[in-house]
Structure formats: C-alpha cells, structure tokens
Design a protein around this ligand. Structure first.
Ligand SMILES: [Zn+2]
Length: 436
C-alpha cells in the first residue's frame, strides 16, 4: 500500500523526537503548530481504521503513515479515549504470546443527526461513526399547509426525539444536517427558494435553532438530491463510484451529480436542478414560474394528475401508501396510469440523455419514487439513452435502481455529519484534551 501523506512531517522528523510543546517544523522548515500537525495525523490514523475492511493494528498504522510506533500508538490512545475507535482481539497467529489487538471504529461516541423537510413529510435519522442507524422516524404531514416557523418547530421536535434516542444508546450527536427540496444559500443557513413548498428566503437554520437543544449544535443545509447522492456514493456498487447521476424523484425532481468520486455541487451548490430543465417551452406552468419543466411530466403529482388520480402530494417517504397504490395500479394494467408513466419515462429519458451527453457519466441511478416505479420507467429511460447519447453504441449508459430507498436523503445528511468527524477528529476531540 502506498504510504500515506503525513502533513508537515518528513520521514526523518517523524522518526525523531516529538516537537516542542508549542510547535514543530514542517518539511520546508516553516514552523508548524503542533496542534495542527497532530490533528492532521489523528485524522490520518482514524481514516486508516475507517477505510480498512478488517481490524487494523497499531503497527500497521505506523507502517502506513511512516510515523514511529510510539507516535502512532499515542495517536491511537487519543482516539480510544475520545471513543472514536475501539479495540478488538485479532485471531492468534501462534500459540505463544499475547493475543494481538486490532482497531475498528467505535459504535458509540459521536453521531450525526440528519433531518429532511420535504413537501409532505419530515424525517430524522441518527447514525453513529460506523454508519449504523440508531434512530429513524418519519412523520407524514403536508408542509405546504404550515408556515415555515411551524414546520421547523415540528422538525425540531422530531430532531429532539432523535437526540434522546441517540443518548439512550450512548451516541452523542455532534452536528445536524438538514435536507431541503430547494436552493440553499451556501454557508448561511438560509433557504432561498423551494418552489414545491412555496417558500422563499427563509432563515431555516435560525428557526431550527429556536429549539435550545439544537442551538448548541452546528447546523448545515443542502439540497435533498445532493444528500441522496452522497448516501448512494457511500453504499452503491464500487464500479459506479467515479461518475454517476442519482435522480431523486419526488413531487419535485433533483439530480445529485457525482464526478470523479466526489459530489459536484456547482459553483454555489445549486447544480442538479434537473426538474426545471425544459421539456416543452409551451408546456404546462411549473411552480418555478416557467413552463414545461420536467417536473410537470415526471414529478409524482404530474404523474397522478395525468393518470386522472388524486393530485394530492405524496412523496416517496411521506406518501408511501400512494406509491404502493401506484405500483399496484400499474401492475394491474391501469391504462391511464400506464400512459402517464410512459410519458413521464420518455420525458425523463430525453432530459437525462442530455445530461449524460454533457457530463459523460457512466451510470444513471433511479432514486425516490423511480425505484418502486422502475419496471415502468427504466426501459423507456434506457431506450432514450440508447437513441440520444452519442457514444451509446460503444459504451451504453447503465441505468440501475438506487441502493438506498426513499430514506437516502436523510441518511446522506446524517452520514455527512459523521464524515466530518472522520475527516477532522481533532475538532471533535478538541472539546476536551486537544484544546491546549
Ligand atoms: Zn420549473
């Protein structure tokens, strides 16, 4: 395995005596604060444990990082004390000597709280550092009937239930991430626009922090489709990992774009608004103010409307019975619904083919309502891709159903919080021993 990069520390320095209490010297001879250097190395050691398929020994961490065994062992002790890793016994390789001990991520310790506020439901999920779900709850309610303070007050109440459930399992939530069906102002905690909620310029983080238990936690926001793509990136097949587009079919439609194994969010995080790509400039009016957007053909309410069924909101989580009804009706051969699904799939396929021609992604992932509806959606999408993607004869784009179901956005939100701890454990640990 390639040697990991030990920031600011040459091989010689890493093998030598520890830097002074106030600082050390980096590769270029510049002073490097000991705290920053140690923080970097803590992150390195933790990621080695997190990315390993089997328990990792202290000696292996030393070998990969190039640190001395004593230094690596001190880092591991810090991670153990911070409840980020735990020790497990390794299988004996000989009859003599003490049993070897390996390290794995700790199931307790820090956790992430993911929230999702969508058109007709709110959801909360807590995951621990290992990614295990320790709390998940969905409350169905049409958020369009509530003003933002009321909707976020209810969301905060659900979040508090998550905090209680996590605490009961020894997990301390260290941050909150909220998935929203709209445009989020980068770094400001504000929702600029959510057409399907009818919300514009709402201080979402501020309203959420009215709940005292959330006020003390860092709160981040992002578009639901981005979080859903992150969940798929974490759990999907490895062969897709470099490049794919994850479609979140709900009342609205979002796309999470993953390029080179990383989420591509656009310059301000507003990319992927595929639901508002034009199918027909003279088409039906859209909630965004334009006409003929993809959502008006392939969004859930559009499908219901075109099938002559109730136009009430029913997203994949909040309206699960509606999805079951749709699947059942389609399976029974309801002609109006099958025609609506065919129109939806054709429009979706045309727009997605344009996206694939632009981005050269190898895989299109059907998420949200498109998962259960895949038998009626997927073939037409594949046909449009085959007909419209320039290189489809040589490398036909792959279409598959999302690994994660409708919970993907809220799960991705929760996972993004613990990913932050794995990337920078020193900040988490700095609440105590490292803030010296
Ligand atoms: Zn639109």
């Amino acid at each position: 395995m390639a040697r990991a990069n030990v920031k600011g520390m040459s091989d010689q320095e890493s093998a030598g005596p520890a830097p002074s209490a106030t600082g050390g010297f980096g590769r270029a001879g510049r002073p490097v604060r000991q705290g920053a250097l140690r923080g970097h190395n803590l992150g390195l050691a933790l990621r080695i444990v997190a990315e390993a398929a089997t328990p990792v020994s202290r000696a292996r961490i030393a070998a990969i990082t190039g640190l001395t065994r004593a230094t690596a062992s001190t880092l591991v002790d810090t991670l153990l004390a911070g409840r980020l890793v735990r020790e497990v016994e390794l299988p004996r390789t000989s009859r003599s000597g003490r049993p070897a001990v390996g390290l794995v991520l700790a199931p307790g310790g820090p956790g992430g709280l993911g929230l999702e506020l969508n058109v007709d439901y709110v959801a909360a999920t807590v995951v621990d550092l290992t990614g295990s779900v320790v709390f998940h709850e969905v409350v169905a309610a049409d958020q369009r009937l509530l003003d933002p303070p009321e909707a976020l007050s209810r969301t905060a109440a659900l979040a508090c239930a998550g905090l209680d459930a996590a605490a009961a399992k020894g997990v301390e939530v260290c941050g909150v991430a909220l998935a929203l069906p709209g445009l989020v102002e980068p770094g400001r905690g504000r929702l600029l626009l959510a057409p399907n909620l009818g919300w514009r310029d709402v201080d979402v983080a501020g309203l959420l922090r009215r709940e005292p238990r959330l006020a003390a936690l860092p709160v981040s926001l992002d578009n639901e489709a981005n979080y859903a793509a992150l969940a798929e990136l974490a759990s999907g097949p490895q062969e897709d990992a470099p490049d794919f587009v994850h479609l979140s079919g709900e009342v609205g439609i979002g796309a999470g774009i993953v390029l080179g194994g990383r989420l591509f969010r656009g310059s301000r995080g507003w990319g992927g608004e595929i639901g508002h790509v034009t199918v027909d400039p003279a088409g039906p009016p859209c909630s965004c103010g334009a006409r003929g957007c993809l959502e008006q053909y392939a969004g859930q309410e559009a499908i219901l409307r075109r099938a002559g069924l109730s136009g009430s909101a029913a997203t994949s989580l909040g309206g699960e019975p509606t999805i079951r009804l749709l699947v059942q009706r389609a399976a029974d051969g309801d002609a109006d619904l099958l025609a609506a699904l065919a129109d939806a799939a054709n429009a979706l396929g045309v727009v997605v083919a344009g996206m694939v021609n632009l981005l050269d992604v190898g895989t299109v992932v059907l998420g949200g309502i498109y998962g259960p509806l895949a038998p009626w959606i997927q073939p037409a999408v594949e046909a449009e891709l085959a007909a419209r993607v320039l290189w489809s004869a040589w490398a036909p784009p792959r279409v598959r159903i999302a690994t994660k179901g409708p919970e993907s956005a809220v799960l991705g939100a929760a996972t993004s919080v613990v990913s932050g701890v794995l990337a920078d454990p020193a900040t988490w640990l700095g609440r105590g021993t490292l803030r010296a």
